[in-house]
Write a protein that binds this ligand. Structure first.
Ligand SMILES: Cc1cc2nc3c(=O)[nH]c(=O)nc-3n(C[C@H](O)[C@H](O)[C@H](O)COP(=O)(O)OP(=O)(O)OC[C@H]3O[C@@H](n4cnc5c(N)ncnc54)[C@H](O)[C@@H]3O)c2cc1C
Length: 470
């Protein structure tokens, strides 16, 4: 058995974040017919933030949230916990997708994160937030040049960032693969514990009177008369004036949403807590950088409060034919985790004897604009906010805000922005979708192995602003 495979041998298939004290009891499922003013479907960040912001805006609102499994079981309880102020997945994508709105989106992103953190304080939610910014490292010469330019642009824009040359970067975090790094320190970006955030939001909305039913899937969504919607669940029917679909990567009853996003599986592993000797060999625990490498198929990795490293991304991410989201066939795939473990050891050879305690996977809702796609259906009785791609921890609060504003909860001028109004380009039907994603995946890996040089396929996608650029 190869050493990295051996290191995974005793790992548990379970998100690290779920496997800790403080996990709340699962609430009873819906067992009767009922009604409400606003029904929220989905108990991830989008659904939870939507419930909270709606009840804060209208304290007497009668709100129900249903979740088909348990709160935080979707991407929201399985992610890396990188908290970014960016609403449109980075500056390059923002400029491409929403020309002329970059400044406004920047301001809104900062405001969103400020309010996000104020909410944690207001409701006493301990999401283990650490303001560490985000650090991008270069592992080849072309990336050094690209990062240097990015650093310079950041400084020229009057934003805060620190440059590390090879020696300085390796002193911060000891990996022989690092040639340089930039730590972006603008605003309040950092890391959180995503499950604790979900659990805290769950308690906050329960305290404010929102009714939550877990293990309650929406089986059917239909209009009821002229002004209501009806949602059928296995053991009850809910009639509601308005419905917010916060179902992200999961199959939606609305065709437009199904054409807007594809489910892409992402895999993660976490080490045992590092010993003092192992901590000293990486040095990283002193600075606690939240790191990703400058590449198309980048890894993202960070420290936890009990000194583990979580490690995800890279070439292991995968789209399964026909938007398969069946955990039985997509979730626990040994070669994906072996690949991650091998890449971890390449980055930190001094940690080759470290064991991995957890392995898990989750589904990223990927849209062709690489950020949230909001919209409405059934004459504005239904709204949705889905498709954050890989950057939804912070942005989902804003997506939730758009969703409830579209349903009439204190609408503001954000609804006039292209960001809200512009329709995303739909994905093509199968088998072209699978072929296109496979071609792109391979082209991105090839570009990474070729100093970032983009081949014909990626250049063509770039032309249509569809090449992932951030
Ligand atoms: C492995 C991984 C790593 C990531 N890392 C980061 C990161 O570090 N930083 C970052 O910013 N973003 C990251 N993301 C993205 C981020 O996690 C998501 O964008 C965000 O959690 C989306 O929240 P959501 O509430 O919209 O979706 P979800 O959390 O997926 O919630 C949707 C919920 O809807 C429920 N549901 C679906 N259908 C039904 C139905 N019919 N009836 C009832 N309920 C239903 C699901 O069970 C689920 O709980 C990552 C994602 C993954 C998968």
């Amino acid at each position: 058995m190869q050493p990295h495979v051996d290191a995974l041998k005793d790992s548990k298939y379970c998100p690290l974040w779920h496997d800790q004290a403080g996990r709340p009891e699962t609430l009873p499922s819906l067992s009767h017919d009922t009604q409400c003013e606003l029904l929220i479907v989905g108990g991830g960040f989008t659904g939870l933030w939507a419930a909270l912001q709606a009840i804060e805006r209208q304290p007497n609102a009668d709100i129900i949230l249903i979740e088909k499994t348990t709160i935080a079981d979707g991407a929201s309880g399985r992610n890396g916990g990188f908290l970014s102020s960016s609403l449109a997945h980075g500056e390059t994508n923002t400029d491409h997708q929403f020309p002329g709105e970059a400044d406004k989106l920047y301001e809104l992103g900062q405001q969103n994160l400020k309010e996000f953190l104020e909410t944690l304080t207001r409701y006493n939610i301990d999401a283990r937030y650490e303001k560490v910014g985000e650090t991008s490292v270069a592992t080849d010469q072309e990336s050094v040049e690209a990062l240097r330019k990015d650093y310079q642009d950041t400084i020229n824009d009057g934003l805060e960032a620190k440059w590390f040359d090879q020696e300085a970067m390796q002193q911060e975090v000891n990996s022989p693969t690092y040639l340089a790094g930039v730590q972006y320190l603008d605003g309040q970006d950092g890391v959180i514990d995503p499950a604790r955030l979900c659990w805290g939001l769950k308690q906050a909305i329960l305290d404010l009177g929102v009714r939550i039913f877990e293990q309650t899937p929406m089986d059917k969504l239909t209009p009821l008369g002229q002004d209501k919607m009806q949602v059928r669940c296995p053991h009850g029917i809910i009639n509601s004036n308005k419905v917010l679909l916060a179902t992200n990567a999961y199959r939606s009853p609305i065709g437009k949403i199904r054409r807007t996003i594809i489910p892409v599986w992402d895999y993660q592993i976490a080490t045992e807590p590092l010993t003092q000797e192992q901590l000293d060999s990486v040095g990283w625990h002193k600075s606690r950088h939240a790191i990703s490498n400058h590449a198309n198929m980048f890894h993202y990795y960070r420290f936890t409060q009990d000194n583990r490293i979580t490690w995800g991304g890279g070439g292991a991410v995968h789209y399964f034919f026909n938007s398969n989201t069946d955990p039985k066939t997509c979730a626990d795939i040994p070669e994906r985790f072996n690949q991650l473990a091998a890449e971890f050891v390449e980055t930190f050879p001094q940690l080759k004897d470290v064991k991995f305690s957890h392995r898990w996977s989750g589904i990223i809702a990927t849209s062709t604009r690489f950020c949230v796609c909001p919209g409405t259906a059934y004459n504005n009785r239904v709204a949705y906010a889905v498709g954050y791609t890989g950057l939804g921890v912070g942005a989902s609060r804003f997506g939730a805000r758009i969703g409830i504003e579209l349903l009439g909860y204190q609408p503001s001028d954000i609804l006039d922005m292209q960001f809200v109004k512009k329709n995303p380009i739909p994905w093509v039907p199968e088998p072209f979708k699978w072929i296109g994603v496979e071609l792109t995946h391979r082209a991105l890996i090839k570009a990474d192995n070729n100093g970032g040089k983009r081949g014909l396929w990626l250049k063509m996608l770039d032309f249509f602003n569809l090449g992932f650029t951030c």
